[in-house]
Design a protein around this ligand. Structure first.
Ligand code: NAD
Length: 385
């Protein structure tokens, strides 16, 4: 088995899908590994470290992909016209591709046509057995941490209450909106820094989790929100009436906050808008909002994806792209381990090759295409052209 790791070429992408640690493990499984030169640089991993782990450092994507049976990526390979290299065309037919492919019908059809067995890691079922392979969790966790660190950096005061000989500085009020994986880590991080933390979510289970981390729960609850969680653990889209009531509670609370971290997502939809322009205007100058949901459309009306906005009333809104990518060393390391765990779970030791049983829940959840056909139930309409 030859396994290839490419340098990520999409904008704002700093991560890499394998580390020297995972390369060593793949070699231990019987693979040979090719890593494109420069692949790890933006995550602080020089080529020499991959070479020391036993990988061949390939000069370009074509050399890395030549003869590859397994291709590991963070993001979907570039297709024709998407960038300087048509990565998709360089992946050999029959290869297994794994990454956060942001799959849709068109992409599934293209993989089928190219004869690539594509696995979209973002579609991994969120079951206990799959937790150690869950890229959404590993990356959201780090995004939540990083968001608070960047908020603290952009804030012109401190998080903890500081009692000094020159007087006392009060603790920062930190409000976390959305208490899933990213939000819970944001709460924990803000608490560790000494902030006075409150949080909101629509899922009833989140209320207890917020409290168990020592934060105050703030929110609107109704008969509707009792049913706000899907069987998969995600938030449902709720009615306009619910969002209007929620906004009233949030508006009263937000005016007193120094830091707001927004992480709210509704699967398969644009991120809900939770912070209106009027709410931002009610905040004090110097306050900071970090919108982790910026790439999904943003939770804040004034977010500009990829930018920091400073409003007329002096509120900074950080809407950077790719929050996990802003802590690339750690996020690459966890992403790479997620991929390694999936492959070791489905590894035929005798054949020294992946063995992906079609009926397995994880395999069924992840695999878009196999043997030139679209196999994922969500994309069945997409046929290989
Ligand atoms: P997510 O990224 O889809 O959304 C982030 C948070 O935003 C969620 O908590 C959601 O409820 C919240 N949200 C949505 N609309 C909102 C609104 N209007 N106001 C406030 N908050 C809003 O979620 P996630 O972080 O991926 O986690 C979702 C759930 O899945 C959690 O219960 C988590 O514990 C669970 N989970 C389970 C596993 C597993 O068992 N393998 C793995 C990861 C996550």
């Amino acid at each position: 088995m030859r396994l290839a790791v490419l340098k990520e070429r999409r904008p704002a992408e700093t991560r890499v899908a394998a580390t020297p640690e995972t390369v060593k493990k793949f070699i231990g499984l019987g693979c040979s590994v090719a890593v494109e030169a420069g692949a790890g640089l933006a995550s602080g991993i020089p080529d020499a470290d991959y070479a020391a782990a036993g990988a061949e450092v390939a000069a370009d994507p074509a050399a890395a992909l030549q003869g590859a049976n397994i291709v590991l990526k963070i993001r979907a390979p570039l297709a024709a016209g998407e960038g300087e290299v048509d990565e998709l065309a360089l992946i050999p037919r029959g290869a297994l591709l794994l990454g956060q492919l942001q799959a849709d019908e068109k992409a599934a059809a293209a993989y089928a046509q190219a004869g690539i067995d594509a696995g979209a890691m973002e579609l991994l079922p969120r079951i206990t057995r799959a937790q150690s392979m869950d890229i959404l969790s590993s990356q959201a966790n780090l995004a939540g941490y990083r968001a608070v660190i960047e908020a603290a950096g952009a804030f012109d005061r401190g998080f903890p209450m500081l009692m000094t000989a020159a007087g006392t500085i009060s603790a920062a009020n930190v409000f976390v909106m959305g208490a899933g994986v990213a939000g819970l880590q944001a709460i924990a991080t803000a608490r560790r820094l000494g902030g006075r933390v409150s949080a909101t979510d629509v899922r009833p289970a989140a209320k207890e989790e917020i409290k168990s981390l020592g934060a105050t729960y703030v929110g609107y609850e109704s008969e509707e929100s009792k049913q706000a969680q899907t069987a998969g653990g995600y938030a449902k889209q709720l009615s306009a009436e619910f969002y209007a009531e929620q906004a009233k509670v949030v508006a009263a609370h937000i005016a007193k906050q120094d830091i707001v971290v927004t992480t709210a997502l509704v699967q398969g939809r644009k991120a809900p808008q939770l912070v209106t322009e009027a709410m931002v205007q009610s905040m004090k100058p110097g306050s900071v909002i970090v919108d982790i949901a910026a790439d999904a459309g943003g939770n804040v009306a004034l977010t500009k994806p990829g930018e920091m906005v400073v409003t007329e009333n002096g509120v900074k809104i950080l809407g950077w792209h790719n929050w996990p990518g802003r802590i690339s060393g750690a996020s690459s390391s966890l992403f790479a381990r997620n991929l390694l765990t999936l492959l070791t779970t489905f590894w035929d030791k005798e054949a020294k090759a992946p063995k992906l049983p079609a009926e397995d829940e994880i395999v069924r959840g992840v695999m878009l295409t196999r043997g030139g056909a679209v196999v994922h139930p969500s994309f069945q309409a997409a046929k290989a052209a």
